[in-house]
Design a protein around this ligand. Structure first.
Ligand code: GLC
Length: 539
């Protein structure tokens, strides 16, 4: 059953366009670069790609501040190049997902400019959340909400007469005003945006901040503003996860189905859903809503067998219970890379982080459901932790008073070849500089080197992906936990057994014989520390 739903067990590769491959020599990756990299991705064996936003944007948040939802920023190419990319991807059997950003736009978006120019109470302002301030002269924000990237969620504007005026809401940076989804014009506009790209042949959308969009209609104070300020998770119950958002996903799903009915090609909606529990999460993937929603609890789990088992079991129970499959993620462009995350607090140079990242990848690929891989993870790239302050571009860094160095270190441009930066990333003349500096040690991870070395992470991913397709629908069905000693997880999927040793000392293997595939050297009968392996259980 369900075999025609390609997305249920798809493995999608996230292309962070700025940092993938630069075809123009300006040190910034672009769409033509992505097209040139497609054969590499085909070799790796992924089913599709998700492209980070490439729309015209002032780049305050690298494209998550969209000034025009229907075009390509000249830094990344143009619509013709986009069409060529989609055509080439499809010729290679690779599906293409776009990143759509419906919670907010850029302060440079024409509708927001029009709102600034218009008077309080005007239809132009009603597309956003404008409100009068509190306190004497309206000098205090309308409520106590915090922005996700630091500071208050409100910014005051100057009215046409030059006086300080109303405030507007922005759950991220001031350059990203939130849309007012209670205004039907906003919903209609996004309906048209989806159709614009679907007409150009895309296979679906990754939806940014998919638990956002609606706010409590009265915009009341948050019950616990301190908690909201402490975390990057969307915890303010009045600003996130409002019930009305589900109607939007039902509508978007219907739009996708309309296109499928025309040509039989199933389109995919995958939501970036951050909500408090797996049960809440499951609501987003009910049969008439999103096809998928990233299950971030796996990404958030510490390197610990019990923690992994708990989040996997919850996902299987709550999400798979909706009839959808779980969408597993271990990394993305907002997170510290797995090699570095799992390496802490291991002693530097112990190799533990790298071994654990490989094991986690093999575990993820054995789970029922779909999986997303962030670019560079297949190379085993570590986080670049020592970027100098003056090159950091993540708005979180500036907005938290330079405390949070979170998201630049995983966005450093990929190394492709050679011994020195730019490692083949940019086609530019000698000395062309990638937009973030690449460390010398990136040479070890270059794709050319990884392809030539059968022990590389790249080969592990490639072999895992190949076996996954060969092993009859590994992405469907459920899993059965096997009894193991503490610190080890093992589960069976029909006759495939996957086991992971979270400890550092070897343990007896749960299945006799040599594994089909393992994340590190593995002798028959034994599972070394920080290693995952797959066996076919013939017994
Ligand atoms: C999502 C994106 C992140 C962006 C934010 C605001 O979390 O993944 O990169 O900064 O939304 O759009």
């Amino acid at each position: 059953m369900n075999r025609h739903h390609w997305w249920r067990d798809a493995v999608i590769y996230q292309v962070y366009v700025r940092s993938f491959l630069d075809s123009t020599g300006d040190g910034i990756g672009d769409l033509a670069g992505v097209r040139a990299g497609l054969p590499y991705l085909r070799k790796l064996g992924v089913d599709g790609i998700w492209l980070s936003p490439f729309y015209p944007s002032p780049q305050h948040d690298h494209g998550y501040d969209v000034a025009d939802y229907r075009d390509v920023d000249p830094v990344y190419g143009d619509l013709d190049e986009f069409d060529r990319l989609v055509a080439s991807a499809h010729r290679l059997g690779i599906r293409v997902l776009l990143d759509v950003v419906p919670n907010h736009c850029s302060s440079a978006h024409p509708w927001f400019r029009a709102a600034l120019a218009a008077a309080p109470g005007s239809p132009e302002r009603a597309r956003f959340h404008f409100a009068d301030g509190r306190g004497p002269d309206g000098g205090e924000p309308p409520n106590n909400w915090h922005a996700m990237f630091g500071g208050p969620a409100w910014t005051r504007v100057t009215e046409a007469d030059g006086r300080p005026g109303q405030w507007y809401l922005h759950m991220f940076t001031p350059e990203q005003p939130d849309w007012n989804w209670r205004n039907p014009e906003v919903a209609d506009e996004f309906d048209q945006v989806l159709r614009f790209w679907l007409d150009r042949g895309v296979d679906g959308f990754r939806i940014d901040v998919a638990a956002g969009l609606f706010k409590h209609p009265e915009l009341p104070d948050s019950p616990d503003p301190e908690a909201d300020a402490r975390t990057r998770d969307s915890v303010n119950p009045l600003a996130w996860n409002q019930p009305e958002v589900h109607d939007v996903w039902r509508h978007w799903r219907a739009v996708c189905e309309e296109y499928t009915a025309r040509d039989g090609r199933e389109r995919l909606l995958v939501g970036e859903v951050s909500v408090p529990s797996a049960r809440e999460h499951a609501k987003y993937v009910r049969p008439d809503e999103l096809h998928q929603a990233f299950f971030f609890d796996l990404l958030g789990a510490p390197w610990d067998a019990d923690a992994f088992r708990k989040v996997i079991s919850e996902a299987m129970q709550d999400i798979a219970g909706t009839g959808s499959t779980v969408t597993w993620v271990l990394n993305n462009h907002d997170q510290v890379r797995t090699v570095t995350r799992y390496g802490e607090p291991a002693p530097e140079g112990s190799g533990l982080g790298a071994a654990r990242a490989r094991a986690a990848a093999l575990l993820m690929l054995a789970l029922p459901g779909a999986a997303y891989i962030y670019q560079g993870e297949e190379l085993g790239l570590p986080e670049v932790v020592d970027l100098p302050d003056d090159v950091l571009t993540d708005p979180i860094f500036r907005r938290t008073g330079s405390r949070a160095r979170i998201r630049d270190g995983c966005r450093v441009p990929l190394p492709w070849s050679g011994q020195a930066s730019p490692f083949g990333f940019t086609s530019g003349a000698e000395g062309a500089k990638p937009w973030l500096p690449q460390p010398d040690y990136f040479a070890e991870y270059a794709t050319h080197r990884a392809l030539a070395d059968t022990r590389s992470s790249w080969h592990l991913y490639r072999d895992g992906l190949q076996l996954r397709s060969a092993l009859h629908q590994l992405g469907e069905g459920t899993l059965r936990w096997l009894d193991t000693q503490p610190g080890v997880l093992a589960f069976a999927r029909d006759d495939l057994v996957c086991a992971v040793n979270f400890g550092t000392a070897p343990v007896p293997a749960p299945v006799p014989g040599t594994p089909l595939l393992s994340s590190g050297p593995c002798r028959s009968g034994e599972l070394p520390g920080s290693t995952a392996a797959w066996w076919i259980d013939g017994s």
